[in-house]
Design a protein around this ligand. Structure first.
Ligand code: FES
Length: 577
């Protein structure tokens, strides 16, 4: 039995329901209008289930049914479940980029919780931006909350080969452009690559961030690795519903769980997984919401001491389904436990160390031993230099090692449309040693920092057998992508960062060992170019896009809105009509 620390009278929801007043009369009578009796909502923790299901979010299709499992758990534990739908942010369908709307979902979820009679929340997400958005909301609202990850989809299937989300799409696309596969084969791959509910099953942003959520202590143990289609996922959903009710009585809030230690655990986990570079943005944003003071340099510091143990695409060869059968995240974390703060508290009231105690690995090929890692260092390097004074990142484990130290002449594209127009031009002056630079794809310039960072390899190089080349932009990259792609250059070019000043032929040096990215252009020449530089026209003059452009921060700050990165209190809503 959970140890109760708060009483029914102290429940936030009871402000709406208790007493003799016109407003409590209204709240009770309107709940009864929905068929509930007073004993179902009186003195019971009201649990919001923030559901990011929609008809156009393929990764969350099973949430339509899982919601019933969560409610079952809430009822069993003596709570009152309240489903609250929220923006679903389907990664492939939302344009120009889901990143433009991550903060909007974070604001929506926070205000849904604030404005309703809610005591605790189960947060249902998984498709890329939904996990960070819901965790950001939970951090700011700070009522008891538990995260329920959607779980990865099953392995893709093509002619008896496994296919990975994103990763194999890019690969097939390159082969189609190079003329090495037929259109018929292309369509056949389309039929088999995504064949169940669940988020991308490679180590993309979704698998990275749901695993980070578990390491942060915001999920029940083992939740992040369960495939969406597995019946264990339904049982995990019911367990979340049960547990959140006790968390309300225990008054266990995100601020008790998301700390410097748990954030460091999340970063270490991302490194050991060879996770998505997007984690560097999202975890910074979550930390800044709570004023935890963790910066980009922490990612590099922990990357240097954390081996990559997960052999999962795009850095490796297996998929999340294999990872689950091999012991999942608990198995992996147990292998790196001395790199973790095992005393960090988690939603089940136990420490991370207790949750991973005794967790086994059943397949050393999928989850490598410490003696046989995929890479001795973590999968993310932070670069600094005159091209990125506030930082840039590269997933060097997904890059051809011959480019880890490389100097080459820039081939510059002023924007993504410019790149699409000219990249396959047979007259493009490009060689395998060139460094492709794309501008104006950052948080403001994209707009929304789209995942364009895996810039396409020029067709003439593809046809000559080239499959990697150095690429630089202020964009992000899908976690399912691969190649020598420098990303998140800050400050971005659209607002006058030095990336805006690069010209064709400038020599650029990438040094992953030295953590640097520089263009060999003198200070005087850069100053002259800056004097000539004119800012591009703004994308938005009104609406959400305008507000976004005014308040979005750069990648090294997590791309949150400046007015959300504060711990200043927000008053509880006034209840009288
Ligand atoms: Fe939803 Fe990849 S499309 S996680």
């Amino acid at each position: 039995m959970a140890k109760k620390r708060i009483t029914p009278e102290q429940l936030r929801s009871q402000r709406w329901y208790k007493g003799i007043s016109l407003s409590s009369f209204t709240h009770r009578s309107r709940s009864k209008q929905m068929g509930y009796s007073a004993d179902e909502f009186h003195d019971k923790p009201a649990i919001a289930i923030i559901n990011t299901w929609s008809d156009i979010n393929q990764c969350h299709q099973h949430f339509k049914y899982r919601i019933d499992d969560v409610k079952r758990g809430v009822w069993q534990a003596g709570g009152f479940p309240v489903e609250l739908p929220a923006m679903s942010l389907s990664e492939p369908f939302v344009k120009p980029s889901t990143m433009l709307y991550r903060n909007m979902l974070a604001m929506e979820a926070e205000e849904l919780l604030r404005s309703h009679p809610i005591d605790g929340a189960v947060l249902m997400g998984g498709c890329d931006k939904t996990t960070p958005a819901l965790l950001m909301a939970a951090a700011s609202m700070n009522i008891p909350a538990i995260y329920l990850p959607a779980g990865p989809m099953l392995r893709g299937n093509y002619r008896s080969q496994f296919l990975g989300s994103g990763t194999d799409s890019w690969r097939f696309w390159d082969e189609l452009r190079a003329g090495t596969i037929t259109e018929e084969e292309w369509y056949e791959a389309e039929d088999g690559i995504a064949r169940s509910p669940g988020h991308c099953m490679t180590m993309g942003t979704a698998s990275t961030m749901t695993s980070a959520a578990e390491a942060l202590g915001m999920t029940l143990p083992g939740a992040a690795s369960i495939p969406a289609a597995d019946s264990n996922h339904a049982r995990m959903s019911a367990s979340c519903g049960k547990r959140i009710v006790d968390m309300v009585w225990e008054d266990m809030c995100p601020k008790n769980l998301i700390t410097v230690k748990s954030l460091e655990n999340a970063i270490t986990t991302v490194m050991a997984l060879g996770g998505s570079t997007n984690a560097a943005i999202h975890l910074l944003a979550i930390g800044h919401r709570l004023g935890l003071g963790i910066g980009l340099e922490k990612f590099d510091e922990l990357s240097r001491i954390t081996p990559v143990l997960a052999d999962i695409q795009p850095s490796g060869k297996f998929l999340m389904e294999d990872f689950y059968y091999s012991g999942g995240l608990r198995g992996l974390l147990n292998r790196i436990k001395e790199l973790l703060h095992t005393d960090a508290l988690t939603v089940n009231g136990k420490t991370l160390g207790e949750n991973i105690e005794g967790a086994k690995v059943y397949n050393d090929e999928v989850i490598r031993c410490r003696e046989n890692p995929m890479s001795k260092e973590g999968g993310l390097v932070v670069l600094k230099g005159n091209l990125c004074p506030d930082g840039a990142v590269i997933k060097h484990t997904a890059a051809d090692p011959k480019f880890h130290q490389h100097t080459g002449p820039a081939v510059v594209f002023e924007s993504h449309p410019d790149l699409l127009k000219r990249i396959d031009d047979p007259d493009l002056k490009v060689t395998p040693e060139s460094v492709i630079v794309m501008k104006n794809a950052g948080p403001v310039g994209g707009p929304g920092m789209p995942e364009w960072g895996m810039l396409p390899i020029p067709k003439k190089l593809l046809q000559a057998g080239v499959r990697d080349i150095v690429r630089i932009s202020d964009a992000r990259m899908s976690g399912t992508s691969y190649g020598t792609c420098v990303l998140h250059v800050a400050p971005e070019s659209f607002i006058g960062g030095n990336l805006a000043l690069v010209e064709n032929g400038d020599l650029i040096t990438l040094d992953i060992f030295g953590r640097s990215l520089n263009m060999e252009v003198s200070e005087k020449e850069l100053a002259d170019r800056r004097a000539e530089w004119k800012p591009p026209k703004p994308h938005y003059l009104r609406g959400y896009g305008w507000m976004y452009s005014q308040h979005i921060q750069q990648a090294d700050k997590g791309c949150d809105f400046d007015f959300l990165q504060s711990t200043d209190p927000i008053p509880e809503p006034e209840l009288h009509h």
